[in-house]
Structures are given as structure tokens and as C-alpha cells.
Design a protein around this ligand. Structure first.
Ligand code: SAM
Length: 241
């Protein structure tokens, strides 16, 4: 997979893209990453990418022409990228969206700054994504969040191939629930003991405990996920009690 970003702060990305799992996945050729500077597609002495909004109002807006020129130029070589614009007005980013984006061969992330982007530039977008109901100063952090969530789903990116399958929100067998509680040594800490079943060595019982615990935690902390979770009839009856 090739992931590219277009922004006015391309230097923000390298530390994240060369550290830990992302860094190792990149070195192993599981994904490649390029950060482009939008100012490279300007034509004035000041390399201007923003201007005042029509109709007045606070702040500056990113101009459509450099974004158009940049996206067209980047997309002109290789397979056509799936183009994502980051904006608080986009669809909320979810694990299901990460799984969908992980199927793409090439992603191009367009990051806004200032008060946002001239609406006409969004005509280039295959989709608009928001990473949450809050406002960041720029789309670069959103692009890093989405890159991280996508890359860890790529085959070989994580040491244990199962660890991105059996996780919170995963849409596969775990069915879109929160993950079950996990414990490591010591078996007792500050008066709290690890549940006996997890020490029993009985894998079927451990699996059953984890499933029940995942449903229980989801009901308690994210009841909004229960209606779309993949539950058996008896699990749903219990969850909805
Ligand atoms: N005026 C805009 C609004 O109220 O919706 C906010 C603009 S924000 C200060 C500048 C840029 O940061 C946006 O163009 C977008 O690229 C990025 N951004 C801010 N919050 C975001 C979020 N929650 N999700 C994704 N991108 C975000």
C-alpha cells in the first residue's frame, strides 16, 4: 500500500512514520509513505495557499487551485489514489472505515489548516473523514491517526496476525464489541486476583469467559455498540436485560 499526504506541514509526519510498528512496517515494505508540501503547487513569490473567506468572517481559508493542481499531479502517476479529505464535517472515523481503507492500494490524505478548505476543493474527495467531534488545528494529526489504524491492519504489520482481528470494534468474529479484560503477572496485585478461569488452562472456558466479559463491558461502557454487534439470540437477550 502507498499512503501519501498533502499538507502545509509535511515535516510533521516523518517521526511517526519511522517509529515502532509503522516504522518497521515501512522498512519491511508493507507500506510506503510520502508527504507532499502543498506550497510546491503555488506560483507566487510567497507560496500562498490561503485567502480571506468570501462573505467575511474570521481567519483564512485554504484556496482550491493549489489543492486541485497538487492532487491531479500526484494522482497522475501510478494507480489512481483513493482521496480522503480530513474535516470535522466528515463521516466519523471507525474501525470499519479503517478496515475498508486498508483494502485500498493507494491512499491520498488531504489535510486542511486555518479555518478549513474552499468547499470546491472537496469535489476531489472520494470521502471526507472526521476523527471525532472536536476541532484540531490541522488535518495532519487526523492523517496520522488514520494511517496508524490502517497500517496495523495490513498483513504482516503486527507480530501476531490475530491481534488486529480479536480487538475492540473489529467487525470480524469478535462482532464489533469492546475487548474483554486482560491480565498478566502477578496473579494477585493490591488484593485483586486474576479470574480463576484464566488460570485454569481450559481454553473453551477461557473463550466463553472472554466473550461474556466483552459483552458485559460493551453493555456498561458503550451500549451504543450493542445494537450493531454480532450476537447470538441468547447473547442478545442477556445484553438487553
Ligand atoms: N472551521 C472548521 C470547522 O469548524 O469545521 C475547522 C477547521 S480546522 C481549524 C482546520 C483543519 O483541521 C480542517 O480543515 C481539517 O483538515 C482539520 N481538522 C480539524 N478537526 C478535525 C477533525 N475532528 N477530524 C478531521 N480533521 C480535522
Amino acid at each position: 500500500m502507498l499512503i501519501e499526504t498533502l499538507s502545509v506541514f509535511p515535516e510533521m509526519f516523518e517521526p511517526v512514520m519511522s517509529t515502532s510498528i509503522l516504522g518497521r512496517a515501512r522498512q519491511a515494505g508493507i507500506f510506503d509513505f510520502r508527504a507532499y508540501d502543498l506550497r510546491d503547487w503555488t506560483h507566487d513569490r510567497h507560496r500562498t495557499v490561503d485567502d480571506e473567506p468570501y462573505g467575511g468572517g474570521q481567519g483564512m481559508l485554504m484556496k482550491a487551485p493549489p489543492i486541485y493542481e497538487a492532487v491531479r499531479s500526484i494522482a497522475s502517476s501510478g494507480p489512481h489514489p483513493h482521496v480522503v479529505f480530513f474535516t470535522p464535517c466528515g463521516a466519523p472515523f471507525t474501525q470499519a472505515a479503517a478496515e475498508r481503507l486498508a483494502m485500498q492500494e493507494r491512499l491520498l490524505f488531504v489535510c486542511g489548516r486555518y479555518e478549513g478548505i474552499d468547499e470546491r476543493a472537496y469535489d476531489l474527495a472520494d470521502e471526507r473523514i472526521s476523527i471525532g467531534d472536536y476541532v484540531l488545528t490541522g488535518g495532519e494529526l487526523a492523517a496520522m491517526v488514520v494511517t496508524d489504524a490502517v497500517v496495523r491492519l495490513l498483513p504482516g504489520a503486527l507480530g501476531d496476525a490475530m491481534s488486529s482481528v480479536d480487538e475492540s470494534f473489529a467487525t470480524g468474529d469478535s462482532g464489533g464489541l469492546l475487548e474483554y479484560a486482560q491480565y498478566t503477572r502477578p496473579a494477585e496485585f493490591e488484593g485483586a486476583a486474576v479470574p480463576d478461569i484464566l488460570l485454569s488452562g481450559d481454553h473453551a472456558k477461557v473463550d466463553a469467559w472472554r466473550r461474556e466479559n466483552a459483552i458485559d463491558r460493551t453493555c456498561r461502557w458503550r451500549p451504543d455498540l450493542i445494537s450493531s454487534a454480532r450476537l447470538t439470540d441468547s447473547e442478545r437477550a442477556l445484553a438487553e436485560q
